[in-house]
Design a protein. Structure first.
Length: 350
């Protein structure tokens, strides 16, 4: 028999189970009481025989197409945030779904983004992921609610759609704790000027962690600039240009890796060696920057891949009736931001 002639009855015979059991296993029916051993046996038999469910018949029966849509606000053109797409795509394929991507801009009008969602709905996607390149509040197209939907790296203004976001405050705490553990007590923060969740939550984490260590978090030096290399340079120049060296920070926590890159330049101009004279920690783990600075930048990683995978898993569960997204929408799910150690932290000079 060629693979195209293999049917569900052949899989049942090979696995020594009923046709119903094969159907329940291969269609991942949640209520079916089937042991893990039997499930493995059925899947192995199907794989060995080259059998796969008839997608057209399956779609007619379940009214599902096996397609998910992803509206990408700029992340398709942003290398480090693009791991959201990778996580979503790999999670979708692992569950037998395919991903259809539409790239839009964060500055696009609401009507334009609504048209993007409509284009996915016209192609009968089973659910939609709506992802942004950085953590922010978004005004969503009304038609996004026509199918199960999950937000990635963003939250809705009304908080009525399930969302997954990074732990901005926790990531800041991790960064500052690494500097405290190295012995630093004079730590400055180069912050962003944009009114986005990360700006406020990272500042809160910075100050709270210093206060919990017995330091004056409210008085710790903070300089804010645009979150680019030039902004980091200018903020670092201001925070390090203190006449009294005893007052100058021995370590800097930077809002992102681009600002940290600017801080490296400012330190070099001031004759400060990293990490001997100045320790620096970034945020984001933009590998092209962090791994290629000299010395390599210790930074906090944003869980882009993990957010994409988490959102896809829960979206598919909702499509298949295994979870209720409305209950999960009450509070966004927060994923941790781990420290990536490189060589930009050392103990302060005595």
């Amino acid at each position: 028999m060629s693979n195209k002639n293999i049917g569900i009855k052949d899989v049942a015979v090979a696995a020594g189970v009923s046709v119903t059991t094969v159907s329940h296993v291969l269609n991942d029916v949640s209520y079916a009481r089937i042991s893990p051993e039997t499930r493995d046996k059925v899947r192995s038999a199907a794989e060995e025989l080259g059998y796969g469910p008839n997608r057209l018949a399956q779609a007619l029966r379940t009214q599902r197409t096996g397609m998910l849509g992803l509206v990408s606000e700029d992340i398709a053109t942003t290398p480090h945030a693009g791991r959201i797409i990778l996580g979503a795509d790999e999670a979708a394929k692992a569950r037998g779904y395919n991903l259809m991507i539409i790239n839009t801009s964060g500055s696009a009008s609401l009507a334009s983004r609504q048209a993007d969602v409509e284009a996915l709905l016209e192609r009968r996607v089973d659910g939609i992921l709506y992802a942004t390149m950085y953590h922010r509040n978004v005004e969503l197209p009304a038609n996004l609610g026509n199918v199960p939907s999950v937000l990635v790296d963003s939250v809705a203004a009304g908080g009525n759609i399930t969302a997954v976001v990074p732990d901005e405050e926790g990531g800041a705490r991790t960064a500052v704790e690494a500097l405290l553990a190295a012995g630093h007590t004079r730590i400055g923060f180069l912050n962003n000027t944009d009114d986005v969740p990360a700006t406020h939550e990272r500042l809160r984490g910075f100050r709270a962690t210093l206060a919990e260590a017995g330091l004056d978090g409210a008085a710790a030096p903070v300089e804010s600039e645009v979150s680019e290399v030039q902004g980091g340079y200018e903020a670092a120049r201001r925070i390090l240009a203190r006449e009294d060296r005893a007052d100058m920070p021995t370590a800097l926590f930077c809002y992102n890796d681009r600002m940290a890159m600017g801080a490296y330049r400012a330190a070099a101009e001031l004759g400060l060696s990293i990490p001997t004279d100045l320790s620096i920690v970034g945020f984001d783990d933009q590998e092209l920057i962090a791994a290629n600075l000299h010395p390599g930048l210790t930074t906090v990683a944003l869980p882009h891949y993990e957010m994409g995978a988490w959102a896809t898993e829960h979206l598919i569960d909702a499509v298949e009736g295994k979870t209720d997204l409305a209950l999960m929408a009450l509070h966004p799910t927060i994923l941790s931001c781990p420290l990536v150690r490189r060589d930009s932290i050392a103990a302060p000079r005595p």
